[in-house]
Design a protein around this ligand. Structure first.
Ligand code: FA5
Length: 330
């Protein structure tokens, strides 16, 4: 019976129960057999005592062996549980990525930094003077129409361009210098190429004998570095109150299929920036001598450049935060 019960044992707990059942000091089977020995006739005692003792030794020995085996098994099981298989593939967390506008801005910054430019920034909530007046935009200029500008109060606006930073920079630095000034700007504008909040990167170079040729060469170098050698630049005469002469600059729709491209609405060109030679009036407003220094400035639209680079035909996609759109730029 003992052997039968022993063979069935699988857990340490069952083993312990069996041990108590047979060898328990108070009520174990071996103990009760020894108790029985006291009640038998003297002549049977030696023989029976021997038999009981043999049984006791047998039980003890068997339990010892079985106990060792079962403990070993248990240990192996524990080890298996602890084993960490480093060859198994890991769990991959959701990976974030940079926004296409961030990628584009960083790319543009890198190109200008490689050409020796510093990076500066200025306020998005701006006084009328910095955003307009100092840049030669009088109260009567159409750019100040409430259609275009978000007013915080009569004298405070959400900046409509990054050109306000030109003034901050010129008021705190002495020429010569080359700076770019990236940032968010705001206008009451909304269609597939216009967003009410968008990004510009302003550029400003001031020194002696800076010419329009330098401006054109700089923009040409920049655009070729950004879009490749085949990219073409087109300057159209334009007007900005703070530059003279002024130009609007288009780039050929090289990245998205030329003439038929939706980004360029079939024209083959997309306007990406405004530029010109700094107007002497602006130099006077910041205390520079227009007889001594000249300079050029430009303001480029980051969204427009990203649209061209990636062939995106609707500016609103940048701000919808649709994960399926954003995932493509990782
Ligand atoms: C200006 O904002 C001038 N401050 C640029 C400038 C700087 C001229 C320095 C001369 C010297 P404009 O309004 O054209 O210019 O805007 C510049 C660029 O911003 C545009 O060429 C276009 O690429 C982009 N842009 C303008 N409005 C929007 C809009 N609502 N959404 C997205 N991009 C826009």
């Amino acid at each position: 019976q003992f052997e039968e019960e022993l063979n069935k044992i699988e857990s340490l707990k069952a083993f312990e129960e069996l041990r108590v059942k047979y060898l328990g000091r108070k009520a174990g089977i071996v103990k009760s057999l020894l108790d029985l020995l006291r009640t038998v006739d003297r002549e049977f005692k030696p023989k029976l005592g021997q038999e009981i003792n043999k049984f006791k030794v047998f039980v003890e020995q068997s339990l010892k062996e079985a106990g060792e085996t079962i403990k070993k098994k248990q240990q192996e099981l524990e080890e298996k549980k602890k084993f960490f298989d480093i060859t198994l593939p890991g769990f991959k967390g959701l990976e974030g990525g940079k926004h296409p506008l961030t990628i584009t801005r960083e790319l543009i910054e890198e190109i200008f930094v490689s050409m020796g430019y510093d990076i500066a920034s200025g306020p998005e909530v701006e006084s009328d003077w910095y955003n307009f007046e100092a840049l030669g935009i009088p109260k009567t200029h159409p750019a100040r129409d409430t259609q275009d500008t978000f007013y915080i109060s009569e004298d405070v606006v959400l900046r409509t361009h990054t050109s306000n930073v030109q003034i901050h920079v010129m008021k705190t630095r002495k020429p010569p210098f080359k700076v770019i000034m990236p940032g968010r700007v705001y206008r009451k504008d909304a269609d597939i190429t216009h967003s009410p909040m968008f990004h510009q990167i302003e550029g400003l170079v001031v020194g002696e004998n800076i010419t329009f040729q330098d401006l054109k060469g700089t923009l040409d170098t920049f655009l070729k570095k950004l879009f490749g050698e085949k990219a073409r630049l087109r300057l159209r005469p334009s007007f900005f109150p703070f530059t003279e002469p002024s130009a609007e600059v288009d780039v050929s729709c090289i990245m998205c299929g030329g003439e038929g491209c939706r980004v360029c609405k079939g024209s083959g060109w997309l306007e990406i920036l405004g530029a010109g030679m700094v107007d002497p009036v602006v130099f006077e407003n910041v205390g520079y001598d227009p007889e001594k220094v000249t300079g050029f400035a430009f303001g480029l639209g980051v969204e427009r450049i990203a649209m061209l680079k990636y062939g995106i035909s609707d500016i609103r996609l940048f701000f919808d935060n649709d994960i399926r759109f954003l995932k493509q730029f990782r």
